[in-house]
Design a protein around this ligand. Structure first.
Ligand code: SF4
Length: 174
């Protein structure tokens, strides 16, 4: 490589690649038809609400061919009046996430297996009753959710009381 160090050689390569990419971009011709494509064509604006917490801020879901493709704020929403918190602004990704839990799963032999809601409720309630019998009702802690509204929080409180404990936290912090 003569006087040229390996480092300088790599730098030159990077500059060359960058210049090539810029040139290629500049040379891209956009046809008149392409430049006139309306990104909103066939897009329905559907009013909905953010489901992350019970504040229920307004969201406009932009839907094309049955797929939620973009999210906008709902300026005319009576509560949020066109704003979101940092969680709600990403509601679209939450809905489309591959990690989203859509049905009950049970881990068996190291594998997650889909089960019915009925089976999940039966198994969990059986375990809760066994725990109460063996360790007493204060062995259980009931955690609510910011998703819960006042009425749901009321039911949750009652549920803990019927179980026999005051170990309960609503979780909402707003
Ligand atoms: S998570 Fe944020 S955007 Fe969603 S409803 Fe609650 S406050 Fe509104």
């Amino acid at each position: 490589m003569g006087n040229l160090s390996r480092r300088s050689f790599l730098k030159m390569g990077a500059i060359g690649a960058g210049a090539g990419a810029s040139l290629a971009f500049a040379n891209t011709k956009v046809s008149k038809e392409e430049s006139m494509i309306d990104p909103n064509e066939g897009v329905k604006r559907v009013k909905t609400i953010c489901s992350i917490c019970s504040a229920g801020c307004g969201i406009i879901a932009e839907v094309k061919d049955g797929v939620w493709i973009r999210q906008d704020v709902a300026q005319d929403h009576p509560i949020s009046a066109g704003s979101h918190c940092c969680k709600g602004v990403d509601q679209i990704d939450l809905v489309k996430s591959k990690m989203r839990l859509k049905y009950p799963l049970k881990r068996e032999g190291g594998q997650w297996k889909r089960i019915s809601y009925e089976q999940a409720i039966n198994e969990i309630s059986e375990k809760m009753l066994k725990m109460r019998e063996k360790y007493g009702p204060d062995s259980m802690m009931f955690l609510g959710s910011a998703k819960m509204n006042s009425q749901q929080a009321y039911y949750w409180r009652k549920f803990a009381a019927f179980y026999g404990t005051n170990n309960i936290d609503h979780v909402a912090r707003i």
